[in-house]
Design a protein around this ligand. Structure first.
Ligand SMILES: Cc1cc2nc3c(=O)[nH]c(=O)nc-3n(C[C@H](O)[C@H](O)[C@H](O)COP(=O)(O)O)c2cc1C
Length: 355
């Protein structure tokens, strides 16, 4: 039912009775995407090169109601590229996980959707926001914003291929001047998308400036499917404000969660952050590192983890020289030992139970 019609009906209905706990934290309530009930309104954003299962599992353990994978190439899945196929892995301990795929061929995207469903994803998301040239030159990512007919065919092919909900993550447009996000979002809804994650920057803006969520409000008002707001949501108060101001179904958290998984609990409950003291931060980082080693093997894990040390240790009582040293070490066990030494204040000590 379209918004205008619903409004007319709502005008005739008696006001809903006040709900118990009307001042309860609004992001702690469940919401639905198609047939999937998500236990709260805080979603971990898709992050390329970052959101594999250890990252998602950690986000879910810390309170994210839904976690979205890094973007996965549909062509790589179609060609059986082992590294790409491995990225589809959903750990059995994970909660609700969406797998995000990218591509511009409706057939390849439909088979990637089937692979995502078979891997255990509760929904499959389409990347229509990536501004990176390597992706856009193939017609995928944000390029689809400039070709709504093809974007519709991609959505429709995927909806036909799977029984899980198909969702779209989009930016406001290719450039601020050409952007028609309301029209595009409506077309995705009409093609069968069950939800839209909306990042209100244009692709050409990459990550510059501030996300203008007044544009999110326009998208929310234009469609009947849930809209998840993404962009510069960095605190629980900001999350609540964006939720209230835009009417979005949920908020999506990306960069603010890097090195700070505790943010999910704060956002999902409205309670103060449970970020622990340095020893607790390091315990979390070491357990995350060991999961990464399981998935990626020693060498690749070591490279990926180098991004995470500065994120985790920012704001902690650890000097920059020590962080720089960690980035130079070529052996993961040595890094873990150094980290454990920082936790105990003894550079040679290890924390038992983490091996
Ligand atoms: C390192 C990095 C990787 C990203 N990878 C993806 C991706 O794979 N798919 C996607 O749809 N968006 C991706 N994004 C965009 C984020 O999901 C999110 O929309 C954007 O960062 C704005 O949210 P934030 O301010 O909470 O980070 C990425 C962003 C960053 C910073």
């Amino acid at each position: 039912m379209k918004k205008r019609m619903r409004q007319a009906l709502a005008d005739r209905e008696p006001p809903a009775p006040a709900r118990a706990g009307a001042d309860a934290w609004p992001l702690s309530e469940p919401f639905r995407v198609g047939g999937v009930e998500i236990p709260n309104r805080v979603v971990q954003a898709p992050l390329a090169g970052i959101a594999n299962w250890p990252f998602r599992l950690q986000a879910q353990r810390h309170g994210a109601g839904l976690a979205v994978s890094e973007m996965i190439a549909s062509m790589g899945v179609a060609h059986g590229n082992q590294r790409t196929v491995d990225m589809l892995e959903v750990d059995p301990r994970e909660g609700l996980t969406a797998i995000q795929v990218f591509g511009a061929s409706p057939d390849a995207m439909a088979s990637a959707a089937r692979a995502a469903e078979a891997a255990g994803a509760c929904m499959v998301d389409i990347n229509m926001g990536c501004p990176v040239h390597k992706v856009c030159k193939t017609g995928a990512g944000s390029s689809l914003l400039g070709d709504p007919e093809l974007a519709e065919r991609v959505v429709a092919a995927m909806v036909d291929a799977v029984s899980i909900p198909v969702t779209v993550k989009m930016r406001r447009g290719l450039t601020p001047d050409e952007a028609r996000p309301v029209d595009f979002a409506r077309r995705m809804e009409d093609a069968g998308a069950s939800a839209i994650a909306f990042h209100p920057r244009a692709a050409a803006e990459e990550y510059r400036g501030q996300a203008d969520h007044t544009i999110t409000t326009r998208v929310v008002e234009a469609v009947d499917i849930p809209v998840v707001a993404s962009g510069d949501i960095t605190t629980a108060e900001r999350a609540r404000a964006v939720h209230e101001e835009t009417g979005c179904a949920a908020v999506m958290i990306g960069r603010a969660a890097l090195g700070n998984p505790w943010i999910f609990h704060a956002m999902a409950t409205g309670e103060p952050s449970r970020r622990p003291a340095l020893d607790g931060v390091i315990e979390e980082l070491c357990s995350f590192a060991l999961d990464q080693r399981r998935v990626l093997g020693d060498r690749r894990a070591m490279h990926v983890l180098r991004k995470f040390y500065p994120w985790y240790l920012a704001g902690e009582p650890v000097d920059q020289g020590t962080v720089a040293d960690l980035l130079r070490i070529d052996d993961l066990d040595t890094v873990l030992d150094r980290l454990r030494g920082l936790a105990t204040g003894d550079p040679l000590a290890t924390v038992p139970g983490l091996n």
